[in-house]
Design a binder for this molecule. Structure first.
Ligand SMILES: Cc1ncc(COP(=O)(O)O)c(C=O)c1O
Length: 395
C-alpha cells in the first residue's frame, strides 16, 4: 500500500476495481434469478445497469465496458450526451435515456440508437416526426408513469391523451413501461406499496386499451435487494452495482439487504502526505483555526480537498487511514488540502499513502460510511469525485 499507484502529478487518485463491479453485477443477477428458481416467475428480469452521472463518478466508459463484459443487458443514462459517449466508445447494448430528451435532440438520439423515456405526451409527436425522417424501422421508447414521486412521468389521468396521441404516431413502438420509486429503502411506511399499486392499476388500464410492452420496470437498488414483488421484467440497479446498499429504515433492513445481496465496494480514494509539521499546544491549523492543538502535535498535510470531492462537512470530523491506522482529520477541509493529526502514528512519513475511502491493511472506511457520517447519500459522494482526480481501473 505504501507504494500506491505510481504516476506523475498531484498525488490524489481514485482506484476502481473492475472485478468488484463484475462481482456485484453477477451477485445481482443471481439474486434476481433466485425468485425464478423458486417458481415465482417464468424468466428472471433483465438487468439494466444505471451508469448515469459518469457511472456515479466512477467513469462511464470503463465501467460500462466492464459491466458489458460481465453481462449487463441494458444501460441507463440520464441524457443524450451521456448515451452518445457510450456509443462512441463502442457500447452496443440498448441504452435507455432515463430523463428523456429535449426538443431538438431527437435526431442525435436516434442516430446514436438510444432509447428515450417519454415523460410528457407532447414528446411523442416530436419523436415520431424524427423517426419518420430518420428510420425505416419503428423507433422504440419507454413510457415513464408518474406514480407518486411527482417529478417526471405521464400521470394516470393523462392516459387517455397518451393513448390518443400514440395512435397517431405510426413510427413509434412502446417497448417499455416504467416508474421510479421515491423511497424504496423505507419500510416504515406504505409509500412504495402505494406507487406499486398505482403502477399495476395503470398497466391494467393500458392493457384494456391494447397497450402493453415487453419490458416493465420499477426496481432501483433498494427494491432490487429487498422487494422482489417490484422486479417486473427488468430491474434498474445503480448504487448496488458500485458496491453499496442504501441506508434502510428501519436500519435492521440494512443487515437483511447485506445478507440477501452481499456486495463489494468498487471505489478507493487515496492521496499522499505532502507535508509533516510539529506544532505546539494552542496553535491552530487551517482556515479559521477551527482546530487548535491540545498537546504537542504532528500534523500531516494531505493533497486532497473539496474540489476532489471530499465533503467539507468532514471538517474536524473525518478520518484518513495511514499505514493501516486511522488518523483524525483536524481543521477545515479546504479546496485542495486536508490535515490530519498523526501524533499517534510516529512512523508516518512524507509521501505515505492516505486512504480517504477504501481499505489499507486491516483498516477500512468506505464512501457509504462517510456519506452516513455527513448525512448524505452514498451516490452524492461518489458523484462528487472531482474531475481532476485521475481514475485508475484495476482488474
Ligand atoms: C429512473 C432511475 N432508475 C434507477 C435508478 C437507480 O437508482 P439506485 O442508484 O438507487 O439503484 C435511478 C437513479 O437515481 C433512476 O433515476
Amino acid at each position: 500500500m505504501q507504494r500506491g499507484i505510481q504516476f506523475e502529478g498531484r498525488p490524489v487518485w481514485a482506484e476502481i476495481r473492475l472485478s468488484a463491479l463484475a462481482y456485484n453485477l453477477r451477485a445481482i443477477r443471481r439474486h434476481l434469478k433466485a425468485a425464478t428458481a423458486q417458481g415465482a416467475r417464468r424468466e428472471p428480469p433483465k438487468l439494466l445497469a444505471v451508469v448515469k452521472g459518469n457511472a456515479y463518478g466512477h467513469g462511464a466508459v470503463p465501467v460500462a465496458r466492464a459491466l458489458s463484459r460481465a453481462g449487463a443487458d441494458w444501460f441507463g443514462v440520464t441524457c443524450t450526451a451521456e448515451g452518445a459517449e457510450l456509443r462512441e466508445a463502442g457500447i452496443r447494448e440498448p441504452i435507455l435515456v432515463l430523463t428523456g430528451f429535449w426538443a431538438g435532440e431527437e435526431n442525435r438520439l436516434l442516430e446514436q440508437r438510444l432509447t428515450p423515456a417519454i415523460t410528457r405526451c407532447e414528446q411523442l409527436r416530436l419523436l415520431d416526426r424524427a423517426a419518420a425522417r430518420k428510420h425505416r424501422r419503428k423507433v422504440p421508447f419507454h413510457l415513464k408513469i408518474e406514480t407518486g414521486m411527482n417529478r417526471l412521468g405521464v400521470a394516470p389521468a393523462e392516459l387517455g391523451v397518451f393513448a390518443r396521441t400514440l395512435a397517431h404516431c405510426p413510427h413509434l413502438y412502446l417497448e417499455g413501461i416504467f416508474t421510479h420509486f421515491a423511497s424504496s429503502e423505507i419500510f416504515s411506511n406504505e409509500q412504495t406499496e402505494s406507487q406499486r399499486a398505482i403502477f399495476e392499476e395503470m398497466l391494467g388500464r393500458m392493457q384494456a386499451l391494447n397497450l402493453s410492452a415487453p419490458l416493465v420496470h420499477l426496481a432501483n437498488s433498494a427494491a432490487v435487494a429487498l422487494r422482489p414483488d417490484t422486479w417486473g421484467t427488468m430491474a434498474r440497479p445503480g448504487l448496488v452495482l458500485y458496491g453499496y446498499h442504501q441506508s434502510y429504515d428501519p436500519p435492521d433492513q440494512t443487515a437483511a439487504a447485506d445478507a440477501e445481496l452481499p456486495l463489494r465496494p468498487a471505489l478507493a480514494l487515496r492521496s499522499r502526505l505532502i507535508s509533516l509539521r510539529d506544532i505546539l499546544p494552542g496553535q491552530g491549523v487551517g482556515y479559521n483555526h477551527r482546530w487548535v492543538a491540545p498537546r504537542p502535535s504532528r500534523i500531516a498535510v494531505i493533497s486532497a480537498g473539496y474540489a476532489d470531492g471530499i465533503p467539507r462537512a468532514l471538517t474536524n470530523r473525518g478520518r484518513v487511514i495511514i499505514r493501516g491506522q486511522f488518523a483524525p482529520m483536524v481543521g477545515t477541509v479546504s479546496m485542495d488540502l486536508i490535515t490530519a493529526d498523526v501524533t499517534d502514528i510516529p512512523e508516518a512519513r512524507l509521501g505515505d499513502v492516505a486512504t480517504i475511502y477504501g481499505a489499507d491493511g486491516a483498516a477500512s472506511q468506505y464512501v457509504s460510511e462517510v456519506a452516513h457520517q455527513v448525512g448524505t447519500v452514498t451516490s452524492d459522494l461518489c458523484c462528487a469525485l472531482g474531475k481532476r482526480v485521475p481514475r485508475f481501473y484495476l482488474r
